[in-house]
Design a protein around this ligand. Structure first.
Ligand code: ADP
Ligand code: MG
Length: 394
């Protein structure tokens, strides 16, 4: 079956500056996919290209087999049947919740009565019927997000695009909303592409995740597969395994490291004895014990982080590691502790493959909601933050 959304060899540039290069992926109908990547890697640019706000310098975008964008032409954004929730929500400050949602329908030829029925349904769907007469400044971020979602869904889009939709929300609320938004998308049978820099958000929301690093999708996988089987050291680091320790294959199923012998994952076992490896670990994958029989480290820093503290330790080799053990023991600065690798899925790569640089993160550009401009009730409205956009000519 043909893919629902097909992005093929897409490239976008601003002036001579390439932002996305040779980007290809597909979404199946009703799939919820996330593109995950650091700030500045081109996530917003990609959504704007799919929504039809910016041209391509190379490649094509197809939706249900129909060509939407090529370097030679674009289908107008309002004709794409694509809904978008912007990072800043872009609600009109001078319109009520009801009229903000009505705006999502402005390009459709519904009667006033049909509009009211759709708006009421959307208010129910996102559980804010009591807020219909409120203005955006009277709403919390979570409520604004519901309005933005209702406005994007009101026109029954084929595809929903969401740009960092949870970045303004606090953690407990995010977790409620992840579940709720997935349920709404499933109920409405909507295909969605969400972009975020937050791996936990991508894990919680997606059927599949594409990891976008340095302008490319470096891995496209199910959340657990991406986390447990990163395709490269860069992927492992981005997903939280930022610490590298050297090892060498000792027996067909074991690696020798300065933290002792650890088991190689079965799929890696064809590696020959003597192969030099680098093991990538998150702080949660390092266990600490009050034991002198394990490799020893000295605690040199401790940061209280609630249920588990974050410790910095120095091993006898001088290597410093960060550990956030979850077994409940408490350690003090200056204490000698036993250090052990406690990874459920060991991530290791032959040493030659490991590129030492960390990611270079560029500052995030402020983007906004220029798309929502048009006419409602005979008045012309412009995107809530139109003056912040940097592209022009639409
Ligand atoms: N309109 C524009 N004009 C010039 N440069 C831009 C424009 N939009 C984005 N960029 C640049 O493109 C890169 C990617 O931006 P963006 O897509 O906003 O990244 P992300 O959403 O992943 O943070 C950044 O370096 C940004 O400065
Ligand atoms: Mg962005």
């Amino acid at each position: 079956m043909a893919p629902f959304l097909e992005v093929n060899q897409l490239a976008c540039r601003f002036s001579a500056q390439p932002v996305l290069k040779d980007l290809s992926f597909t979404l199946a109908q009703q799939e919820i996919a996330c593109l995950l990547g650091p700030s500045g890697c081109g996530k917003t640019t990609l959504l704007q290209a799919i929504a039809g706000f910016i041209p391509l310098s190379h490649g094509q975008i197809r939706l249900q087999g129909c060509l939407l964008s090529t370097p030679n032409g674009l289908v107008a954004p309002e004709q794409r049947k694509i809904g978008m929730v912007f990072q800043d929500y872009a609600l009109f400050p001078h319109l009520t919740v009801r009229d903000n949602i009505r705006f999502g329908l402005h390009h459709l030829h519904h009667s006033r009565q049909q509009q009211q029925a759709i708006i009421d349904e959307m208010l129910e769907l996102v559980q804010i019927p009591a807020l219909a007469g409120q203005y955006p400044h009277q709403l919390s971020y979570g409520q604004k997000q519901r309005v933005a979602l209702a406005r994007a869904l009101a026109s029954q889009p084929r595809l929903l695009l969401m740009d960092e939709p949870f970045s303004s929300l606090d953690t407990p609320l995010k977790h409620v909303l992840y579940e709720e938004i997935r349920a709404i998308l499933h109920a409405k049978q909507i295909t969605a592409l969400i972009v975020t820099h937050d791996k936990n958000e991508a894990f919680a929301l997606s059927d599949n995740i594409g990891l976008l690093l340095q302008h490319h999708i470096v891995q496209w996988d199910k959340p657990a597969a991406l986390f447990n089987n990163p395709a490269s050291p860069d992927v492992a680091r981005f997903l939280g395994r930022e610490q590298a320790i050297h090892g060498v294959v000792a027996t067909p199923d074991q690696i020798k490291t300065e933290l002792g012998l650890i088991r190689l994952p079965p799929e890696r076992q064809p590696w020959h004895s003597g192969t030099p490896l680098t093991v990538f670990l998150s702080p949660e994958e390092i266990a600490l014990h009050k034991s002198t029989r394990l490799a020893q480290g000295k605690i040199i820093q401790k940061v209280f982080m609630g249920a588990a503290s974050l410790y910095t330790l120095r091993l006898s080799s001088g290597l410093q590691l960060r550990a956030r053990p979850t077994n409940g023991d408490d350690f003090q600065i200056g204490e000698q502790v036993g250090v052990q690798i406690a990874a459920r899925y060991l991530v290791a790569f032959p040493r030659g493959e490991v590129v030492p640089e960390q990611f270079v993160q560029t500052p995030q550009r402020v983007t906004s909601a220029a798309c929502y401009s048009g006419t409602l009730n005979g008045t012309t409205h412009k995107g809530a933050a139109l003056n912040e956009t940097r592209w022009s000519g639409r």
